[in-house]
Design a protein around this ligand. Structure first.
Ligand SMILES: Cc1cc2nc3c(=O)[nH]c(=O)nc-3n(C[C@H](O)[C@H](O)[C@H](O)COP(=O)(O)O)c2cc1C
Length: 194
């Protein structure tokens, strides 16, 4: 099978990391992968913010935990937000799974392709991470809470402009557990019309 397709099929979301930091040269490859992703009208307006400082990651974690605590849920609330709120009560909770590197991808809140551009960049990052034997996972909490005051304060400290929203982030590091099996894929989601 084609090497790229093999890499796509073998990539899994990793949720357990060793504390060992990734090499700078690998980080450069990941960022290049993001930068070379397509963007609507070639706008390239997304920003990649790489966070490797443990104390800042911990500060963000505290701000996310507080946001979960303040979040009201009802029957319309997205199920991952409800399970996140429950998980965040655990003192060992880390929204980024204690990964040594978190890449935050943000974009202009008024730009209609903000999420699409960030998503293709993130998938490029996940695929290159996998090809380098690094684990990765999409992390959504900063997208949910980027406008919560304490989270925003830290994002501002990191240089993310106020008119930017976080669309997603990537936890990156060496996997410290077993690689999960691929989830079964739903049938009937493809129509080929010839
Ligand atoms: C938009 C989006 C948001 C996601 N948010 C999270 C998240 O916040 N935390 C997490 O652990 N996984 C998150 N994931 C990962 C999915 O749970 C995962 O991709 C899915 O279960 C399939 O597993 P796989 O990536 O190993 O194939 C997210 C994925 C996407 C595409």
């Amino acid at each position: 099978m084609n090497d790229i397709l093999n890499n796509i099929i073998a990539r899994r979301s990793i949720r357990s990391y060793s504390t060992k930091q990734i090499p700078d040269v690998s980080l450069a490859d990941l960022i290049n992968a993001g930068i070379y992703a397509p963007s609507g009208g070639n706008s390239q307006s997304r920003i990649f913010t790489v966070l490797q400082k443990t104390n800042l990651l911990e500060d963000l974690n505290e701000a996310v935990k507080e946001a979960f605590l303040n979040m009201n849920v009802d029957k319309m609330t997205y199920k991952s937000k409800i399970s996140g709120k429950q998980a965040s009560i655990d003192p060992r909770y880390s929204f980024y799974y204690y990964a040594p590197t978190l890449i935050i991808v943000s974009n202009d809140r008024k730009y209609s392709n903000a999420m699409a551009d960030c998503s293709v960049a993130l998938e490029n990052i996940f695929l290159v991470a996998h090809s380098l034997d690094l684990g990765s996972c999409w992390i959504n909490q900063l997208a949910w809470f980027c406008d919560e005051p304490k989270v925003r304060m830290i994002l501002t400290e990191l240089g993310i402009p106020k008119n930017y929203i976080v669309c997603g982030s990537a936890s990156i590091g060496y996997s410290s557990g077993n690689i999960p099996h691929a989830r079964s894929k739903k049938e009937g989601t493809v129509d080929i019309i010839k």
